[in-house]
Design a protein around this ligand. Structure first.
Ligand SMILES: [Cu+2]
Length: 398
């Protein structure tokens, strides 16, 4: 290359660096704390067990009489796999055990470099342990990588994914929730028998269902006022206190489509999604809808100012029809620990990688610190909707 051109390029880079320096993270007080990777000296442990399992993916409702079941692939027994959380700088010892019939493997997006990220193939009956240095704060996707990526599309579509939180050095206290969107491509869309992965539907981007934490319409009791359609009589809405800061760890497992995340009657105040703009590591958004691509986790912060029902949706409307929505009830009697089962996140500074009030069955095989036994699942007051507002959610989900 011509010397003059090279000199010009170097000069251009230097000038650009000079001009943009104040806008880079390093130029903003506190922001560097978000990216510095000082080890905490703390090692935590997580056990992820891969297997194949028939699960219910749609409730018995007017859209799916009798419900829909599916021959899934799962981490720790459920779609999605459990959310686990560490603090920035922690070391995470990850054990992948294969209790299934086919090869599984783990890909943790929270790391950099194959030794941090990829377990490698774990054959049926075997297990592998590797170490993640959780230096980058954020919320990240994890998923099965199948047999050296061959079939990775099917293992993700079958449910083998979840999210890992790396709490940053500086973080405002908030009520936190785990929310996973994902698609099911099934060769059976009714209750006649359990469906299986349909490659043609997958290649045509024609998802059978959109799941929120493993089930279509999981958190939506009904829709419509004049014509009321009951979608899930067992739905447990998310509960928040009016005005409190809430933080939503939202992962879009895909494997194909985006999630256009929106709260009806709400505004998304801030996101943490790679870009680092202020001392809390968040970017002010003050916007209506935020796009989360397939294979990605995002952190959304918002407050719900008044009592009432708010509805989170994937605003792609065919995704709402297929199940991608959730009711949020703002009520003054909400507590910090009344998240629906499996949606609580271990807060910053926790010894455990899972929340103490998590009620997912998947909590049991997770090991933390020196614990090797099972944790006792603690039932919180999730199951008893009692307020006027909770009654209101029965009618107001549109
Ligand atoms: Cu797998």
């Amino acid at each position: 290359m011509d010397k003059v051109i090279i000199t010009g390029i170097i000069a251009g880079v230097l000038i650009a660096g000079f001009i943009f320096a104040p806008f880079n993270s390093g130029g903003i007080p506190g922001a560097s704390a978000q990216v510095s990777a000082q080890p905490t000296g703390v090692t935590k442990k997580v056990l992820l067990i891969g297997s194949e399992k028939e699960v219910q993916v749609a409730p018995d409702n007017a859209l799916h009489p009798g419900g829909v079941t599916y021959n899934a692939m799962v981490w720790n027994g459920t779609i999605p796999g459990p959310v686990f959380a560490v603090d920035q700088g922690d070391t995470l010892e990850v054990t992948v055990r294969n209790d299934g019939q086919v090869i599984h493997s783990l890909d943790l997006h929270a790391g950099i470099g194959p030794s941090n990220v990829i377990s490698g193939n774990v054959k049926p009956g075997e297990s592998k342990t590797y170490t993640l240095h959780a230096n980058t704060p954020g919320f990240f996707f994890y998923h099965c990588g199948a047999d050296g990526l061959f079939g990775v599309w099917e293992h993700i579509a079958n449910g083998m994914s979840g999210g890992i939180v790396v709490h940053p050095k500086i973080e405002k206290p908030a009520k936190e929730f785990y929310l996973a969107f994902g698609e099911i491509y099934s060769n059976v869309a009714d209750s006649s028998k359990a469906g299986s992965f349909d490659l043609q539907q997958f290649l045509n981007n024609n998802a059978t269902l959109i799941l929120t934490n493993g089930m279509a319409h999981k958190y939506v009791p009904s829709i419509g006022e004049e014509v009321k359609v009951v979608l899930n009589p067992d739905a447990q809405p998310f509960k928040v206190k009016p005005g409190e800061l809430t933080r939503w760890y939202i992962v879009n497992s895909g494997p194909n489509g985006d999630t256009a995340f929106h709260f009806i009657s709400g505004m998304l105040d801030a996101v943490r999604d790679g870009a680092i703009k202020n001392r809390y590591g968040t970017t002010l958004l003050n916007d209506e809808t935020y796009g989360i691509p397939a294979g990605s986790g995002s952190i959304v912060e918002t407050t719900f100012p008044e009592e009432g029902v708010y509805v989170g949706v994937d605003h792609d409307m065919h995704d709402v029809y297929k199940g991608g929505a959730l009711a949020v009830v703002a009520a003054n009697n909400s507590t910090l620990t009344d998240q629906p089962p499996g949606t609580a996140v271990a807060p910053k500074g926790s010894e455990s990688v899972v929340a103490s009030n998590s009620t997912l069955a998947t909590v049991q095989p997770l090991m933390t610190g020196n614990q090797t036994g099972t944790e006792t699942a603690t039932m919180m007051e999730n199951n008893a909707p009692t307020t006027m507002v909770e009654q209101q959610v029965q009618n107001t989900t549109g």
